[in-house]
Ligand binder design. Structure first.
Ligand code: SF4
Length: 234
């Protein structure tokens, strides 16, 4: 582990997963599933803040009566996510995740423990906006990875940025091929434990706000060993 890229991966892998952090506490697996279902058209920091905002007024996404639409809408507005591509369907996704959890006795943690990754992946297709029509179901892969049951690891926005910069990403390519390339990259960066590279790459040039990035918590840009891969600083 002496080369600078490996050093970066190892350090980045120590950063906490923002969605796992936002979901921790009561009913954490329910919140993690919701965060995974909402991970679309939004960066990690925005999604972390949104889940945190929802949790101020909702104890459990599976509670009954189901959370009011106005309450969910207020959280969207408060987090300045009015232009989010999912803004108009967030309430439906919250309710759908709630129904999914209730159908499993509201113990998604136990359900996930005793269910095979393939069955979890398939079942997640029942959730509104979780990829029923997608052959890859990337949000379900994200959920599986976050509960430690993913053998095929998801492509994060950070991993996509890295692949683009390394010129091994082709936007026109089939999603399956993109997934294969990302998983090869994780293996190449950290052969012993590719999930660690997957975890690290989600922070790569991932915005915290307009001027700052998650990865600046590891190195300042001026000392960053992977700045060659970083589009923001080329
Ligand atoms: S150069 Fe800066 S923004 Fe780019 S990866 Fe390094 S720390 Fe992150």
């Amino acid at each position: 582990m002496t080369n600078p890229v490996s050093e970066w991966v190892l350090k980045a892998s120590n950063l906490k997963d923002p969605l796992v952090e936002a979901a921790s506490g009561d009913a954490s697996t329910n919140w993690l599933l919701l965060a995974s279902a909402l991970q679309q058209g939004i960066n990690l920091c925005q999604l972390q803040k949104f889940i945190t905002e929802l949790r101020k007024n909702i104890k459990d996404v599976a509670e009954l009566p189901a959370p009011a639409e106005s309450l969910i809408r207020d959280a969207v507005i408060k987090c300045k996510l009015g232009n989010w591509s999912l803004a108009s369907v967030v309430a439906g996704i919250v309710w759908s995740v709630g129904r999914f959890a209730r159908a499993r006795e509201n113990r998604l943690d136990l359900w996930a423990e005793k269910t095979s990754p393939a069955d979890i992946w398939r079942s997640c297709g029942d959730i509104f906006y979780m990829g029923k029509t997608s052959a890859l179901r990337p949000k379900a892969l994200g959920f599986l990875y976050r509960i430690g049951k993913g053998s095929t690891l998801p492509v994060s926005a950070g991993a996509r940025r890295w692949l683009i910069r390394a010129e091994i990403y082709d936007a026109e390519e089939d999603g399956r091929e993109k997934l294969r390339k990302a998983n090869s990259l994780y293996k190449e960066l950290y052969p012993k434990k590719p999930a660690l590279a997957c975890h690290a790459l989600q922070f790569f040039a991932e915005p915290l706000d307009e001027n700052n990035y998650f990865c600046q918590r590891i190195f300042p840009c001026s000392l960053c060993p992977v700045s060659n891969y970083c589009r923001s600083h080329s």
